[in-house]
Ligand binder design. Sequence first.
Ligand SMILES: N[C@@H](CCC(=O)N[C@@H](CS)C(=O)NCC(=O)O)C(=O)O
Length: 202
Amino acid sequence: MILVGRYASPFVRRVAVSLQWLGMPYEHKVLSTAKDVEGIKVYNPMAKVPVLVLDDGEHLVDSSAILDTLTEMSPGQRLLPGSGAARRHILQHCAIMTNGLDKSIQVLYGMRRPPEKLDEAYLDGLRGQVRAGLVMVEDIAARGDLPGGEQSTLADITIAVGWRFLNRAMPTVGVAEQFPHLVALSARCEPLPAFMACQPEA
Ligand SMILES: N[C@@H](CCC(=O)N[C@@H](CS)C(=O)NCC(=O)O)C(=O)O
């Protein structure tokens, strides 16, 4: 398999950490959405990452759809149960984080505009949505629903990856002092081999 995109993207990284966790070998094509748009279009004409090229040549897009396939391809895996309430909760927890990440990407792209064209009110609204998502996942972590470490599910991976991204890329929103349970989750996850193998590029 080939995974396209940089680990600096939380969407790419959550797929990469999951591949590592599941022991599925892959080649990593480090293509940047900022600098390698034409190279990414070879894999996805919409120029979005992640893309996962399966061994039979099929191209999959969107981290959630990719992870659905990967877990289905891995009998006995424990990242995502096949059915029931546990599966539903894990998918919901992932969705809250990825919705927040989608908003954060809109902020980061919006800030690339020239200063006179910045729409600060719009960006602040987006930042508020990102923060609301973080508050929701902090509450989930505080309830003890994100064990992290060796017991990690797809939710732990997604939220730990998302937290690290937001803490660094949006430090005024991902403020460590305000999200102690996310900081603790990150500390339980980031030292694990699957996470260590996927360090975000500078
Ligand atoms: N919902 C998508 C979001 C992926 C996404 O937003 N990727 C960003 C990189 S972090 C991207 O490709 N941006 C380029 C663009 O939107 O033009 C997923 O889960 O994979």
